[in-house]
Design a protein around this ligand. Sequence first.
Ligand code: ADP
Ligand code: NG1
Length: 449
Amino acid sequence: MMLAAESYDGKDERLEEFLTEFREVHGAPEFLIRVPGRVNLIGEHIDYCGYAVHPMAIEQDVLVCLKRTESGLELFNKNDSLYPSFKLDIFENLEISTDKIQWWSYFLCGLKGVLEEKKISKPAGLKVYISGRIPPSAGLSSSSALVVSAAITALSGNGITMNKTELASLCARAERFIGTQGGGMDQAIEILAKAGQAKLIEFNPLQSYDVQLPVGAVFVVANSLQEKNKAASNEFNSRVVECRLAAKILAKRLIPTNGKFRGLRDVQTATNQSHEQMLEHVEAILDKQVFTRADVLEQLSITDQFLRDEILTNDTENMENFKLKQRARHVYSESARVYKFRDICHSAGDGALRSLGELMNFSHSSCRDDYECSAPSLDKLVEASLSLGAYGSRLTGAGWGGCTVSLVPSDSVSDFMSGLKTTYYKGREDLENVVFQTKPGAGAQLWKL
Ligand code: ADP
Ligand code: NG1
């Protein structure tokens, strides 16, 4: 389906206010774009291994409006004390530094992705105004919303349309200009989401399936208030490379002609084994608590140079220890949980909510113990949520801080939220965008003004 521009009816007060702010300073805008954040219900850190995930779009979003100019690029942010304005006189051959990442680096990723893909050598000049209300660095994908909104800015500003699935894959590739080797979950759900539906999203090729959540499934997002900017440390990429190494060692042992297997899913597909069988192979083959760099070189019969050049990333090139068993165990078990979660939603039988909650709890323990992407604050929030009656609770997004998502009985949502306010958030005011109930929202929208 193409990302088509809708006609704008001017009835939404918030959108009108935003456009008025632009008009007062820069004159009439030509396009308006809205891109939501997302919450991942289950399936953490497995998209970059090729496995399906289960997110939904949320209400919090990024708004962008723009007009075309003679040349150059000007970015203005509503929150200009935190996100100062940015200007480029020459808006071609965009370079994105991975050393000094700024808020506008993400916007440039989306622009560069489209300009390169569509081979636009003389882009239209653009004046762009941006306002975001997705809590940043909280696992709700504010950065991807910025990348996606920038890609749609580049498309609309240059008079190009694109298929939504193609755009989602392009945005996933484009966000990697920032240096983190993420999967494609965030960009896909932020573009493809449909109001009222969660999605099962599969990769290679990218496909998404609507999933109706069972009646009474209420999800509450709670921010641990510990920010985690994943591009500012190498924790994210270190997990990516541990998964690559685990896949290569498993492939070497399980597939005689082991060719170019990059992901843990590739190995499962090539061996045609169940998730349970893959978990048995993990225990038998990846049989050390920690693999040293020397162990990895020996297992794969490769040189250190090859490891550095072909497998590690710039920010992980000096890693000495790799927890391959634990990471692969998380990935295979989490992937199995994603499909169970989807099946329970489809059958929506008695006890469905309790079973979904159990899967979420197992997911959290696996993230905490095997993937080590939780944080004390998140564990505390999960415990508080469970003791307040949630069916299940888990970290969502990359982790190491950020938000939890909890499945809460529909008749006790307000007690649950006030319980968190008096326990975890004791004494804090203004929790409106910190703890909130959420339902599946719509994906990216574009209006021609
Ligand atoms: P997330 O999980 O939210 O994607 P990241 O740490 O990957 O977290 O990205 C957060 C970064 O995205 C911020 O540091 C900032 O650079 C950028 N960002 C998020 N929201 C906005 C906004 N409203 N305006 C400008 N930049 C934003
Ligand atoms: P967030 O929560 O937006 O940092 C990141 C990756 C996802 C996925 C999750 C973990 C990016 C842009 N996003 O999401 O692809 O791997 O972590 O499940 O890298």
